[in-house]
Each structure stands twice: as C-alpha cells, then as structure tokens.
Ligand binder design. Structure first.
Ligand code: ADP
Ligand code: ASP
Ligand code: MG
Length: 413
C-alpha cells in the first residue's frame, strides 16, 4: 500500500474545529487507498507562548529545558488528533519523536536528524492504523529531547517521507501554495504551480518561512515530491520538485525578505593565514549559523571581515567574537541589529544577464540604500535598513513583475 505523509502546521490545528477539518483530509486519503502518516505542529501560537512562559522565569533558560518544554506543544496536538480520528470511527495512534527514535545530534533548539527508525510506524500502518507523529522533535544519544528549529515540523514530515519511502509529502498550511513573495507583505504576489528544490532552498534560507530549509534539503536529497497546499481549501497547491527545462526560461522566480538579521563586522583584523579559520571555529563552537561572509583586504597588514547571523544567535555570536578579538588583533567590532536582507531568486539567472542591474535600479528608485550585496549562482541579496525592508521587497517585486504568473511576464523578466 502506498504511503503518504500529511503535515499540518500550527494554524491548521489551532482548535477543535480545525483538527476535525484536518482529520477529514486524512480520512479522504485513507479512503483513496493510502496508508497515512500525519505530522502535526503545536496548536496556533503555542510554541511562542511556551517560550514566553520560559522567559518569564528565566531570561536565559537552559536550551535542554527549552526543548523539553517545547516538545509538549506537538505532543498535545497529536494525541488530540488521534482522539478526533477515533471519534470519527478511524483507528489512529499518536507517537512522539522519541517513541519512533528520531535520533538527532545534541544541538538543542536546532538539532539535526541523524536517523529515524521506521519499523514502529510500519508495524502500526500494517495493522491498518493512521499514525500521527509529533513534529519538530527528536532525541539525542543520551535520550535528551531535542527540537529541530522553528518551523521544524516540516523537516520531520519530509524526513519521515524519505524514511518510509512515501509517495508524496503534503504540507498543509494557511496559504494555498508558494507565492512569488510572501503574500502577507506583497499582496499581489502570484502563486506558483511548481518550483525547483534549489530555488525553494534559496527562498527558504533567505526568508520565505512557508517551508523550513532543512525540509527542502531532505526532499532534494531523497527525491521526495513535496506538495505545499491549503488546509482550508481543496485547490492544488505548489509542487517542489526537480528542475525541468522550462523553469530556466523564467529569470526571477521569487523574492524574499529576511528581517531577523544582524551583521557583525570585525574591523582591522591581522591579515595573516589562519585568522579567518580561528574566528569561524569560535563561532562554530558557539553553534552560530553564519551567512554572507565578506572579507576585504584593507592593507597588506589588515583586513575587515563581516558576516550576517540570525538575531537569535546575536548573544552567542557577540560572546564568540569578543573571545577571539585579541587573538586576531581585531581593532574594533561593529554590530548592526537594524538590518534586513532582500533577495531575488531564479534558476534562470544562470543563463541570463541584467538581473543585478534591474534589482539595484529598483532599489535606487525606491530610495533604499544598499548596505552590502551577496550572490549565489541563482540569487542576489542586498542588505538594507530593516525599516525599509518591505518597501524594498515591493519595489523588487514590481520590477520583476512578480505579481503576474511566469508566462505572462515580459520576456526575460
Ligand atoms: P505553518 O504553521 O502551517 O507551518 P507557516 O506560518 O510556517 O505555517 O508558513 C505559512 C506562511 O508563510 C504564510 O502564511 C505566509 O505568510 C508565509 N510565507 C512567506 N513567504 C511565502 C511565500 N513565498 N509563499 C507563501 N507563503 C509565504
Ligand atoms: N511548533 C514549532 C514552531 O512553532 C514547529 C513548527 O510549527 O513547525 O516553530
Ligand atoms: Mg511552518
């Protein structure tokens, strides 16, 4: 029997009525002949609430305890979901991450999955049961509960789809698919029918919170078809899949904005072999995820080095650079917390020119100053002031006609 994984995000299971609605989706798949594994998130804003509860008692809570606490949000949803299915006459069992041995590393609050034991799930499916798995959580080798990073239930879903050899992984959420830009910010964004793993990876890493980056990575690695769709409407959503030739014809597929960023610059570091390695070893030890590293030589003796981080890593990053500062003879540390990054993404950029010019032109016209620029083969990103970020996104979206479906845009847009 073919297996399908259906993941329901927080808003899609926020209350009893929504859990019932999600349960009906599951039942439909069962009636269509699938063995169904459900992955559920914590209800509504519960994860935020639990974090607030923790901070009320301790401004710097131990990360192990945060994970222990946050995992309870998903645990509640899955048991309620199983009860809802039971009431509808379907046999269901809920399981936590530890019960199905989702083994992770020990990086609390942003752990990475190492392995999943699919045996227990297969056994339950073979009995004709619907299996409801708590998203976002696992355990490390010492049996400590870990969580996979905010939005991490997506990762659980796609990783499970890979481990179970599922046909498809459906991500049910509060939008009906992936749009050219976040529709909450750019109201006229257009829905995409499909997007390549590589584009989605860049979009997710640079701010499109609709799906978690690690989930897309798993999808690409294990060739899982991911279908992002609405939990309230029956319409088809967006398929994340391998690149097909026609995708190259579209130069810019989407645009993103990432607001929760900070930029750290180390000014006047000694320009000698090994210093960059020392700095980033220190940041890695502090488990800080670093992006957009730029180093420039300012004289034969000195260099400036800057990088972006998520704002949640700021305290750890500050401590790390303070520790290493003297060893690399850094003259000054400069930190910007009021920074955001806007990006355009598209596999077509590999074969077309003029994207940078159009992006910078649109920002100039909107009177947005560019702090720094970074690129990949299929992305251009500009760091801008946080309070100009939405205006910047809008200007870029208009310039690249991201309010229209790809086939209706001016050629090469
Ligand atoms: P869930 O709780 O289901 O995991 P999320 O809030 O994590 O839902 O993700 C859905 C949200 O992602 C949407 O409400 C939307 O505002 C946001 N989003 C950001 N970028 C995009 C995009 N390019 N396309 C669609 N949604 C996006
Ligand atoms: N509940 C977690 C969060 O809010 C995980 C998820 O929803 O994917 O981040
Ligand atoms: Mg999410």
């Amino acid at each position: 029997m073919a297996i399908i994984v259906q993941k329901f995000g927080g808003t899609s299971v926020a209350d009893a009525q929504k859990i019932r609605r999600a349960a009906k989706r599951v039942i439909k798949a069962v009636e269509d002949g699938f063995a169904v594994v459900v992955v559920a998130s914590a209800r509504g804003k519960q994860t935020d609430q639990l974090i607030a509860d923790a901070l009320e008692l301790n401004p710097n809570p131990p990360k192990r305890e945060i994970d222990q606490l946050l995992s309870t949000g998903e645990q509640q949803t899955v048991s309620l979901f199983a009860m809802a299915l039971d009431a509808m006459g379907y046999d269901a069992i809920s399981l936590t991450g530890s019960q199905i041995r989702i083994m992770t590393d020990s990086a609390h609050t942003k752990a990475r999955i190492k392995s999943i034991d699919a045996k227990r799930i297969h056994k339950q499916l073979d009995k004709g049961r619907i299996v409801i798995v708590a998203g976002f959580q696992g355990i490390d080798e010492n049996e400590n509960i870990t969580t996979l990073g905010r939005g991490g239930s997506d990762t659980t879903a796609v990783a499970l789809a890979a481990a179970l050899g599922a046909e498809e992984c459906e991500i049910y959420t509060d939008v009906d698919g992936i749009y050219t830009a976040d529709p909450r910010i750019f109201k006229n964004a257009a829905k995409m029918n499909q997007i390549s793993y590589d584009e989605m990876l860049e979009m997710a890493s640079f701010g499109a919170g609709v799906i978690y980056t690690r989930a897309v990575e798993f999808g690409k690695k294990y060739d899982i078809k991911i279908h992002v769709r609405s939990s309230s409407e029956e319409t088809e959503g967006t398929i994340i899949t391998h690149e097909v030739p026609q995708m190259e014809g579209v130069v810019v597929s989407g645009a993103t904005v990432q607001k929760d960023m900070a930029k750290i610059s180390l000014v006047g570091v000694d320009n000698v072999p090994g210093n960059a390695a020392k700095i980033f070893a220190c940041l890695a030890k502090a488990k800080v995820v670093v992006d957009d590293i730029v180093q420039t030589e300012i004289s034969t003796e000195k260099a400036n080095l800057s990088f972006m981080i998520g704002i949640s890593d700021l305290t750890a990053a500050k401590e790390a650079v303070e520790q290493i500062k003297d060893e690399v003879n850094c003259q000054d540390i400069f930190i910007r917390e009021d920074i955001a990054e806007v990006s355009v993404i598209g596999v077509g950029m590999r074969t077309h020119y003029g994207v940078a010019e159009k992006m910078f032109g649109a920002l100039a016209e909107a009177k947005v100053n560019i702090d720094s620029i970074t690129t990949s083969e299929i992305r251009i990103s500009c760091a801008v002031d946080k309070d100009q970020a939405e205006k910047a996104l809008e200007a870029i979206c208009v310039a690249f006609e991201l309010d229209k479906p790809a086939q209706e845009r001016t050629k090469h847009n």
